[in-house]
Design a protein around this ligand. Sequence first.
Ligand code: NOJ
Length: 567
Amino acid sequence: MDKKLLASFVLLLSFGFVPTAWAQKAVDSEGHQWWQHAVFYEIYPRSFADSNNDGVGDLSGITSKLDYLKQLGVDAIWITPCFPSPQVDFGYDVSDYENIDPMYGTLKDFDRLASEASKRGIRIILDFVMNHTSDKHPWFLDSRSSKSAAHRNWYLWRDGKGAGQPPNNWESTFGHSAWTLDPKTNQYYYHYFYPQQPDLNWRNPAVEKAMFDVTRWWYRRGVAGFRLDAVDTLFEDPDLRDNPVLAGTNKYGDPNMEDKYNKKLPEVHEVLQDLRRVADEHGAVLIGETWTDDIDELKQYYGEHSNELQMPMDFMFTEINKLSPPKFRKQIAAVDSAGGWPVFVISNHDIVRSYVRYGDGQHNDRIAKLMAGLYLTLRGTPIMYYGEEIGMTNNDATRQEEVKDPIGKIGWPEEKGRDGERTPMQWTDGPNAGFTSGKPWLPVPPTSTSHNVASELKNPNSILEFYKRLLALRHQSRTLLDGQYIPLNQDDPNVLSYLRKYKHEMVLVALNMSEEAHKVSFDLSGQGLVSPKSKLLLTTASEPRKDGALRELSLEPFEVYLAEILK
Ligand code: NOJ
């Protein structure tokens, strides 16, 4: 290495900056695993990129966009189910776990995607739909064929309570009874989701073996881990006790109910420990779809001995739903001290896009940057949702006939379904946002002309450019990757601010969550700093900012301010 290069390398390290290649190693010199430094990106394959113009996205489409993802700063993609499926729940009803749905391509296309991704240092995470299969899966077809079928006990079959009466009062989360009578054997089968998604019987060891083998099969094909779908619904009370009925009715018109006997049963943790052992044999990561009521519940998913999920998602974070510094402070502190590695998410394919949830209708672009400034600078792994980086909005159906997602059909008008957050990725300002030249399976919103990759790449003030800069900074800063989280000004109702501290290096993050300008001052004497100075790293301020004393900072409405602290 020539002297000049060596000198700048040493300089970078002394400021807590690490070269990106280091961040991609499986384990770094301090024992951090690759997934602790990675930025994950969720892809809904139907909607990302359509290579054959049939109106539905596919794997080759994803492959064609790997350079974009790399440029953005993505290290791992989580692809929601792309396995053969009747698509009743758009892939979450799997009929063959070891293949690719022809709509998305072939196994060869998957291998090409994996190899191209690996060339760019991008890992692939698949979605593991563990709780249920499709009713067209050969296991279920056999199971329903007769009471003595080899796979009968792979699902939950029970007699009704009486004529026309299901075995108990359990409700499907997608509406109405969770039991469907099958005339062939005159017994009911159980489904927490749609009737086309019968629940597997995880008390049967043969089920566990077959499902664990599925994960092995994909690990051998190069997959770096799984996002585990609906983990909290794996087990049901063996005595099938009725759930307690609560007052009122839900959006499907069913009585409200506490899912006491068919959700969050403790047995799930044994399965997760076993699944983790398999993952560890392959150096893989397990991410959980872990909807929890409080931090104690979330903690359990890490496992008592850190032997369950490495990355249970903190959905309580998504439920804050407004720009509230006190609420965020509380939730960040809770997950930061939970003992495991935090996982932050602000959007996904089941919830209204963050652009809409946090936006005030007037300053949504600035708020989108503000939210990026929050979850991409915290201690923990962020999981982005496609389109978040360009400010994609929800595009909900306006008429019941347009709805594709079955829950929108069942629950209309109160439940409009999830189509709105699953619309095609907006690549250009052209027809169908450049997603397809066919008819897209869901319509693109009119805002695609202003919010799309091509236009935003040309605009230095775009949401996309902000994401790119922020992610580049994050990847190169040891302080942002590993630094401790230290909250500041904890009573401030408008500005959320904190330090990230790694050894002696510090980065200050200040996020003005209000539509007014605010002055803030920081007392860093607790860090041994009497008159600290700042060196600006990134801001969304419209006026240029000077480096200097940190005594008082005037933040513009919704401003993101990131600075390195100098003694
Ligand atoms: C959670 C998934 O995220 C959702 O999209 C799906 O409908 C259910 N699990 C059932 O698999």
